[in-house]
Each structure stands twice: as structure tokens, then as C-alpha cells.
Write a protein that binds this ligand. Structure first.
Ligand code: NAD
Length: 382
């Protein structure tokens, strides 16, 4: 396949590019370094310095012998995107190119507008590039489990059958996101559904939970090929923040009661899911939705797991509850279906102590680079 990866410099984009190239596909990545720019402007730089995309691609080719083509530019700019798209003519486009930080999107007007404009405009530009130049191209789009929020009923896999006054119809599962970033993902889904049902696009929308992990078959070849590891309050997920707090000797900061439940997955499983979705594509005029996670945890359970792994390495890990900077339920029902990707062939890698210890060891090796000022929350929802 010819695979175009938008957002190829990102935490998920770079390992995905190596994975597809290593399995013999023709890969092109696009990125405009938006995440690096925001990280610099908010003092949220990653723990490990990552070479830029051209250098990473050269390094990967010299080590593994696989080529990844790089284009630097803005996917929201149709002039740039159409030129790249119409010359490469991908069979599959993997759409990661969004501003993915919920706290950043809640920081103020400028950040909210950037998130809103960027995310919607990239999705819109990609839809139109496909329509104009390769209508049978399959889009694999990264959504988020956060689109559903935390409803007091089971979360279905994308769709729900509703019976109302004796009549039945299938609808998108109700969505009620908890941040502006997550709301842009809801709007993306609606936009995609409109273009699927009206113009016949083929789309797989992956409702993904928070991803953790650094290790993949290709990233393990050389430390300079590792994905970005953010531990700050803007880009760092709760798992990364806990791991770094454990190593830095700071109590793991649980927001509020810590009963917030989400579905998590290992980076290796994201690669599997995206690969399965791309190689077993959605049909024409189909919006196929999968809930992409493998295990559900509360924040308290995550803190317990990181403490156990840290203590086994001789770290003295404490846990502390702090006032919740977000507006969210801290104790709630949560049961999300997630069988579709397993039926497609996913073999999950669970969050074992061994996995957490492997990540802790990498953080310990870079302990001198930790800036503890980056960890505590700087953004409040109201
Ligand atoms: N990492 C997770 O835990 C997670 C969970 C659920 C969903 N997602 C979704 O997966 C996707 C990738 O997430 P990630 O963690 O790799 O984020 P990331 O920020 O590391 O990667 C996104 C990449 O897209 C690039 N980008 C953004 N806007 C662009 C534009 N207009 N033109 C070109 N490049 C652009 C950024 O520079 C960045 O390199 C995002 O859409 C995110 O919402 C991620």
C-alpha cells in the first residue's frame, strides 16, 4: 500500500511510519511541527530530545534499510496538502495531525481557537483531497474515547440502535466531551459521517483511549528512534506523569477522588490496531467505528500500579490527592464495549509490572533531565 501519515512527527505518527515501512509499504509522512512549537511556547518539552523528521528518517533508513519520505507543511493548507496528496496518491491516509492536548485547548481564547481551527481544517482538507484526487482512498482517523464522555449507560462501539415511539433507527452513539479538544473530535466524527453518507467516502474512526509506552520493534533499534515522551501537564498523559513523579521523588498527584475510569492501551497495540484497520479497510460509504483500548483503570488503580512497579525498583513512591483542575465526574459508572478490533485480530499487550518497570528504567536513565516545574497542573477548566 501507499500510506500517507499526517502528523508523522508525533508520539503515534513516527512509530506508525516505521512500522508500515518495516512491513514493506510505501510510506510518506507530513508534519508541520505544531506539537514541538506548542511545547516550546508552553515550556512542555519532551524528556528526550527527538531528532527532526528528516534526520529520523535518514537514521531509520541507515539502521533498518527502510525508506520513509518526509514532507514538512501544514495539512490544513489545501494548496500544500493537495500538491502532496495528488503526487503520492495514497491508498490509505492515517490522520493523526491534530492538536491533541485537552489542557492546552482549555487554556484561553487563543489556544481554544488554534485547536478548533487546526483540527477541523485538517479533517476538512483531507476529506476534500480524497474526494478530488483519490475517492477510493481509505481514511484511518484517530478519534478518542473522550468523545463519549462518561455516560451512565454502557458505551457502544460508535453506534446505538434507538427505538422511539414504536420506530427504530441506528444513530451515532451520543457524544458529550469534557474539553474543547475532545469536542473538536466529536465535530470531526460528524463531518466524516456527512461525507461518508453523502459522497461515499470510506473511513475508519478509531475511538482511542490514552496510550502509554515507548517500546516498539523498530523504536528499540536505537534510542534516537524512540517516540516522544512528554511528562508535563500539557502533553503528558497521566501514566507518563506518574512515572516521572515516581522517579523524581514527588508524590503521584491524583486529581480529586481518583475514581475517573478510562480505557488505556499499550503503544504496541495502537500500532496493531491501525495496521489492522488499514489492511482490512472500511467499505465504500462506510463509517466504521472501533473503541480502541484494551483495559479499563481508575486513576487510583493506575497510581497503585505505578507505586508497586516503582517500589520494586527501590523508589519510595507516595500518592497524594489534589484539587481537580478539570470539570469531570470523579466517581462514575463506566463500561465501554471494545470487541471490534479483537475480532479483527488484535492481540493485546496488557499493562504488566514488567511494562511499567521498563518505562521507569528509561526515565531513571534520564533523571537529570526532569524539570519538576513542568509536572504540576497549570491549566484549570474554569
Ligand atoms: N496519544 C494518545 O494517548 C491519544 C489518545 C487518543 C487519541 N489520540 C489522537 O491520536 C492522534 C495523534 O496523537 P499523538 O499523541 O501522536 O499526538 P502528537 O501531538 O504527538 O502528534 C500529532 C502530530 O500532528 C502534527 N500536526 C498537528 N497539526 C498539524 C497540521 N495542521 N499539519 C501538519 N501536522 C500537524 C503535530 O506537529 C504532531 O507531530 C491525535 O489526533 C490525537 O488526538 C491520541
Amino acid at each position: 500500500m501507499r500510506v500517507l501519515i499526517c502528523g508523522g512527527d508525533g508520539y503515534l505518527g513516527w512509530p506508525t511510519a516505521m512500522d508500515f515501512a518495516a512491513t514493506g509499504h510505501e510510506v510518506m509522512v507530513i508534519d508541520n511541527y505544531l506539537r514541538r512549537t506548542i511545547a516550546r511556547s508552553t515550556r512542555s518539552e519532551a524528556l528526550l530530545e527527538a531528532p527532526n523528521l528528516d534526520d529520523r528518517a535518514e537514521l531509520f533508513q541507515s539502521i533498518a534499510g527502510h525508506r520513509i519520505e518526509v514532507r514538512i507543511g501544514d495539512c490544513a493548507d489545501p494548496t500544500f496538502l493537495n500538491a502532496v496528496f495528488s503526487s503520492f496518491l495514497p491508498d490509505t491516509v492515517i490522520h493523526y495531525a491534530e492538536q491533541p492536548s485537552a489542557p492546552y485547548s482549555m487554556r484561553g481564547f487563543h489556544e481554544a481557537r488554534l485547536t478548533f481551527d487546526n483540527n477541523l481544517r485538517v479533517t476538512f482538507a483531507l476529506i476534500w483531497a480524497i474526494l478530488q484526487f483519490k475517492p477510493d482512498c481509505h481514511m484511518v482517523k484517530l478519534g478518542t474515547m473522550g468523545e463519549y464522555g462518561t455516560p451512565n449507560i454502557d458505551i457502544e462501539e460508535g453506534w446505538i440502535d434507538i427505538e422511539h415511539k414504536g420506530r427504530k433507527e441506528k444513530f451515532l452513539f451520543p457524544r458529550q466531551a469534557g474539553s474543547l479538544y475532545h469536542t473538536t473530535k466529536v465535530l470531526d466524527t460528524d463531518l466524516l459521517w456527512f461525507y461518508v453518507r453523502t459522497y461515499g467516502l470510506r473511513v475508519t474512526d478509531l475511538m482511542q483511549g490514552p496510550v502509554y509506552g515507548l517500546s516498539t520493534d523498530q523504536a528499540d533499534l536505537d534510542d534516537r528512534l524512540l517516540p516522544n515522551f512528554h511528562y508535563d501537564d500539557i502533553f503528558g498523559t497521566v501514566v507518563n506523569r506518574f512515572l516521572v513523579q515516581a522517579v523524581a521523588g514527588i508524590p503521584l498527584t491524583v486529581y480529586g477522588k481518583g475514581g475517573q475510569t478510562r480505557g488505556y492501551l499499550n503503544l504496541r497495540d495502537t500500532l496493531q490496531c491501525v495496521y489492522l484497520a488499514a489492511t482490512k479497510p472500511a467499505k465504500e460509504r462506510e463509517l466504521r467505528i472501533f473503541n480502541q483500548f484494551t483495559e479499563q483503570f481508575t486513576v487510583n488503580q493506575l497510581a497503585e500500579r505505578v507505586s508497586r512497579a516503582g517500589n520494586s525498583l527501590g523508589l519510595d513512591v507516595a500518592v497524594q490527592s489534589i484539587a481537580n483542575p478539570r470539570k469531570e465526574l470523579e466517581d462514575h459508572y463506566y463500561n465501554a464495549q471494545h470487541s471490534g478490533l479483537v475480532e479483527l485480530g488484535l492481540k493485546p499487550h496488557p499493562m504488566t509490572d514488567e511494562v511499567l518497570i521498563g518505562m521507569l528504567e528509561r526515565v531513571i536513565a534520564n533523571k537529570s533531565r526532569i524539570d519538576t516545574k513542568k509536572i504540576m497542573q497549570r491549566v484549570r477548566w474554569a
